[in-house]
Design a protein around this ligand. Sequence first.
Ligand SMILES: NC(=O)c1ccc[n+]([C@@H]2O[C@H](COP(=O)([O-])OP(=O)(O)OC[C@H]3O[C@@H](n4cnc5c(N)ncnc54)[C@H](OP(=O)(O)O)[C@@H]3O)[C@@H](O)[C@H]2O)c1
Length: 344
Amino acid sequence: MNRHRMQAFVLSRYGGPDAMELREIPIPVPDEGELRVRVMAAGLNPVDYKLREGGLRLINRIDLPVVGGFELAGVVEALGPDVRRFDVGDRVYARVDTALLGAFAEHAVVHEDFAAVMPRSLNYAQAASLPLAGLTALQALRDELHVGPGTKLFISAGAGGVGTLAIQLAKYFGADVTTTASPKGEDLVRQLGADVVVDYTAGDFAAGLGGFDAALDLVGGETLERTLGIVKPGGSVVSIAGVPEPQTAVKDLEESAWVTAIFWTMSMSIRRKARAAGIRYRYLFMHPSGADLRQLAKLVAEGSLKPVIDSTYPLERIADAFIALEAGHAKGKIVVTMEGHRTM
Ligand SMILES: NC(=O)c1ccc[n+]([C@@H]2O[C@H](COP(=O)([O-])OP(=O)(O)OC[C@H]3O[C@@H](n4cnc5c(N)ncnc54)[C@H](OP(=O)(O)O)[C@@H]3O)[C@@H](O)[C@H]2O)c1
């Protein structure tokens, strides 16, 4: 292969699976404050296909074509001007810039503020599985739900990419954790520390549950509505899969007044239900953060957090990885690895 070009999984238009394809394109050049990373592995997330389908156009206005992929692990191979924190050869992991993406490629640029040295004990696939889901779980539990010792916490969909990390972080903060899983996910969520597991495929998961101080909703829709019914007055529900509300636009996305107004309208019904139950409702859109990745690395080093990998695929089989992701049954994370592509 040409040394100035690389394999990348490119989104060229909004649509179904055939809207993304592997292509050979130029290797990116790092700008001010940016690192170029030789990508060894990249994590897949539901946001990858939501973006492909055009579902994020209101809040993530990117110029197509774009290399997809929100998170990666690899080795720093070049530095743009004014990089202070990293050197060539550092093993790093990152949730890349929402507006630039680029993780599904052999090389990617990422701003140094969004990267951290990856946990030493992990391989690249494990490290690449952590940034997006790990930051989401950390920011929701620590910053929005203020989970601490004795918090009675409900987490829906504990066996997925975010859920497997959220359970571990919630236990680290000292919470008492109830989660939902199908029979196929039950052993996993128990091993990760869940105190109570409810089989959501056996009927209404909320029947028999109640009195929670806080809930993290990873499903949205009817699950979110039922979750409002099991949290006690004065408690909080944070969703990452339900309906965005005005604070999402203002606090997470720094969006315009008209996006704030759209979110206000979209969330009217769920906010009214939450208010009637005396509960605070918040939809969180996670943000990239090198500082928070350093915190996650510390927890991995201490043994308080471990990645859960559902499956790994080589980059040339990324279309198959997307089929598995979109089936919606991952236990932990799906990851693609680039090591087979090395030519130098
Ligand atoms: N707002 C944000 O910043 C943000 C960040 C990250 C993720 N998200 C969103 O959060 C959601 C979860 O993400 P993820 O990465 O964890 O997804 P995921 O890994 O694809 O989730 C799959 C898991 O969810 C379980 N599941 C599916 N429906 C369920 C239900 N009704 N009740 C309980 N478990 C259920 C499945 O279990 P079974 O197959 O065993 O049934 C499977 O193990 C997605 O919608 C994603 O887009 C948002």
